[in-house]
Design a protein around this ligand. Structure first.
Ligand SMILES: C[S@@+](CC[C@H](N)C(=O)[O-])C[C@H]1O[C@@H](n2cnc3c(N)ncnc32)[C@H](O)[C@@H]1O
Length: 414
């Protein structure tokens, strides 16, 4: 199992880089290359957005003068977008600055000339823009409504399944694979549970490291997450409106809170059986090449009696990507596999409507019709009758974490 960290030299106090134990030199080289590719993307952002702005200016200036005269605000709005991009770049620079030595157990060296800006792909720029929007979802007041629809049902379910009047919650361990910028994991740790976020993407890891370890002052920082959206704006000013963050001091966890973030691929990092009381996946399972591999991993790492809570859609991340395995299963098929593994589905809501990093003033808005479920790995499979009696005796005094309350799985919609 991955370890939690102590105080990091560069402030990576919640972070540890999980090494893949069998990694050959080549893997380390590729990882270094990947690390620097993402740092380069952060550094290239301003140039990329300025190119978009210049293109928009050129298009506008190519219009007949009589048309331009009818549109007195267009150029000033483009200038404003340019200023917002400069400001975003300042935040991205601060993120990069804090990322170079963020892992306590890995160094990635330095670039020969760190000031040199190297061009990035559109793919990486899109990832970076999504990461900027993720700040709104996770760490701004603007994202509160979205967090209430996505994170609250998960948190409430954890509190229902492991209530503090029946459990010593400081011994209940919760894992959040695909933790993004870490807010869900942080909220769960704030309630006293042991909570670990796991994240694969350097875009997210650099950014969560920054917000969790370097942003203490509430609402002291500004980002402009919507400037990249040139279509579907009702007002020009909608494109340049700011969000401020963090809406809460991420350093304000209780002193005894047990919160950590671990970098790495979920299926690579989490290999120890019977380790977690709860695994909670939010907008995560569709990131898999093979979602059944995720189900298998969750089955393995949950303690007997442990629960898997899931909320999210099935927007398969690798669909249509060349040379990538992608098995696009329906929820019905995944559900069959979950039940065949032996999980008992105890709660199932087939239609929970949510948004994801939504621009709420956009003329185009996506609603995800998510599934929410709680699936339990039964304790019964693992206990002899004698052991079960012992378990029952223990539960009467103080229920240990992740022992099933012996409720029958109903496999029914609730
Ligand atoms: C759609 S985002 C959801 C983030 C967060 N859970 C939320 O609800 O805002 C999916 C996240 O899973 C991460 N991810 C994808 N594949 C992963 C893997 N194999 N292991 C760990 N994290 C992964 C992505 O980098 C991304 O941050």
């Amino acid at each position: 199992m991955a370890e939690t960290t102590g105080e990091g030299a560069q402030g990576g106090s919640f972070f540890n880089k999980e090494r893949i134990k069998y990694s050959p030199e080549e893997e380390a080289r590729l990882e270094r290359q990947h690390f620097w590719r993402i740092i380069d993307a952060f550094r290239f952002y301003r140039v990329h957005v300025q190119e978009q702005v210049k293109r928009a200016e050129r298009q506008f200036l190519s219009l007949p003068q009589r048309h331009q005269n009818l549109l007195p605000n267009v150029l000033s709005n483009l200038a404003r977008i340019s200023q917002c991009a400069d400001h975003n770049q300042d935040i991205l620079q601060a993120i990069v600055h804090n990322s170079l030595h963020m892992f306590e157990n890995i160094e990635y060296g330095e670039r020969e000339d760190p000031r040199k800006v190297r061009p990035s792909t559109t793919f990486d720029m899109d990832k970076l823009k999504s990461t900027i929007k993720q700040f709104a979802r996770d760490w701004s007041e603007t994202g509160r409504a979205e967090r209430d629809t996505c994170y609250k049902p998960i948190i409430q379910e954890i509190q229902r399944l492991f209530p503090s009047d029946q459990y010593d919650v400081s011994k209940v361990s919760v894992l959040i694979p695909g933790a993004g910028l870490g807010r869900l994991a942080w909220e769960i740790a704030r309630l006293g549970y042991i909570c670990q976020g796991n994240e694969w993407s350097f875009f997210m890891l650099f950014s969560s490291n920054f917000v969790l370890n370097r942003c203490e002052k509430v609402n002291s920082l500004t980002l402009y997450p919507w400037i990249h959206q040139f279509s579907n704006n009702k007002k020009s000013s909608d494109q340049t409106r700011p969000i401020i963050f963090p809406d809460i001091n991420p350093q304000s966890l209780p002193l005894d809170a047990d919160f950590s973030m671990v970098a790495g691929d979920f299926v690579e990092v989490y290999r120890d059986s019977d380790s977690w009381d709860c695994v909670a996946t939010c907008f995560f399972i569709d990131t898999a090449h093979n979602v059944i591999e995720y189900v298998e991993t969750i089955w393995k790492i949950l303690k007997p009696g442990g629960v898997w809570i899931n909320l999210g859609p099935l927007l398969y991340h690798f669909e249509n990507m060349a040379n990538e395995l992608s098995v696009e299963l329906s929820y019905e098929d995944i559900r069959t596999a979950i039940v065949n593994f032996g999980f008992h589905i105890e709660v199932e809501k087939p239609s929970v409507q949510t948004t994801y990093t939504e621009n709420d003033r956009s003329m185009l808005r996506y609603i995800y019709d998510c599934v929410f479920f709680v699936a339990r790995k039964p304790a019964e499979l693992y206990f002899t009758e004698e052991e079960e009696d012992e378990e029952d005796d223990q539960q009467q005094s103080s229920p240990p974490a992740a022992k099933s309350p012996r409720r029958e799985g109903t496999d029914m919609l609730t």
